[in-house]
Design a protein around this ligand. Sequence first.
Ligand SMILES: C[S@@+](CC[C@H](N)C(=O)[O-])C[C@H]1O[C@@H](n2cnc3c(N)ncnc32)[C@H](O)[C@@H]1O
Length: 427
Amino acid sequence: MRLGGRIQAAAEVLEDVIERRTPVTMALRDWGKAHRFAGSKDRSAIGNIVLDALRRKSSIGFRMDDLSPRALAIGAAVFSGGITVEDILEQTEGDAHFGTPLTESQIAKLRGQINLETAPEWIRADVPDWLWPAFETNFDEEAVIEGEALTHRPPLDIRANAIKATREQLDLPNAIPTTISPVGMRFAPVEGAARHPNIQSDPDFMTGKFDIQDEGSQIVSLLVAAKPGETILDYCAGGGGKSLAIAADMNNEGAVHAFDIDKRRLAPTYERAMRAGATIIKVTQPPAKSLNHLRGKVDRVLVDAPCTGVGTWRRKPDAKWRLTEDALGRRMQEQVKVLDEAKNFVKPGGFLFYVTCSMLAAENEAQVYAFLERTSDFTLLSAGEVWEDRFGTEVNKPWSADGCTLTLSPASTDTDGFFFAVMEKSA
Ligand SMILES: C[S@@+](CC[C@H](N)C(=O)[O-])C[C@H]1O[C@@H](n2cnc3c(N)ncnc32)[C@H](O)[C@@H]1O
């Protein structure tokens, strides 16, 4: 396919996502099925334009003075994808697949006629307007920087599985060591139409020497600071990503109980633990009463709570525009529930960790403070001290709204957004 066909295809996929509210992965898959002639390079080029357009929907719409799927696709190709107006003019001349040629007005806008600096802050930050007050309250003068950093293409991070290999032993050309996690390697964000290597077919992946995990997720798992021989409960384990990281950090000695209310989400954990050789992971299927034998006995309980996923907007940009106040409210209710359930497993003198991949105070600090209000036997500890114990003082520090909890973000730590708090149960 030529450039014009790719841009037009991206516009069709965007129409499906924006106007019919189809999830972007499904819309791209459906397009691929209906256009089997398109090669893998075309698919990745189209995917990049679509995802870039969704990451920067507001700011591209402002700069193009047009929020239509076609304007967003053209704008994304130029403002994010490294394609010049001249490229488009030259390569689409007489190309029926591109549809209507660029107008004079579009050309002027693509050349920067409209200054983004004149836009309201929520547009410059590409944060939905209804969420902007919450974002501003949390990040104050950094709010635009934090929002804008969530519009960049993400890197691809892997975690060396210490049970089987160090990161130095992995053969991953083009990956560089992550700067905070001592077990991570990073493939830089792709440029233009490129895509990340398919590392799932790498022999070291298939034999469990590494797993795919964002550095932020690695970091919060390391901040649990689990010691070999301890008993850990990962109460919202999902597919087991953090259980695996914790088991490796414990040198595969002790026990990591992986539980999730949703057994379909938990299912991949069996196979992943086997591949990683993480024999200390014990998967417990719902209902939660199967965990009764652990009540009051666990050294460290991790609550990786269900949340809006604001911190993952770089990877799932359609979620940004799909999010509603109702959905946020539902997640907040679930967060109260998981904290109140999980706390019962912590032994006296043990620790409760509250983690989300959100960057909204309502799901983060506010949940922790409300929990401490209604629970008398937990004390909030300084997560900053845990951070320094683990990572020292030289690396990029996360944001902290209160000096006690931590918020990792693309802008502060060059990771996905994550919130981390640690509470100790009185002895
Ligand atoms: C953010 S995801 C966890 C991701 C996972 N820890 C990982 O690292 O891949 C939140 C999980 O909480 C689970 N969950 C929601 N309510 C729950 C509850 N009451 N008890 C246990 N798990 C719950 C959801 O099913 C979901 O898998």
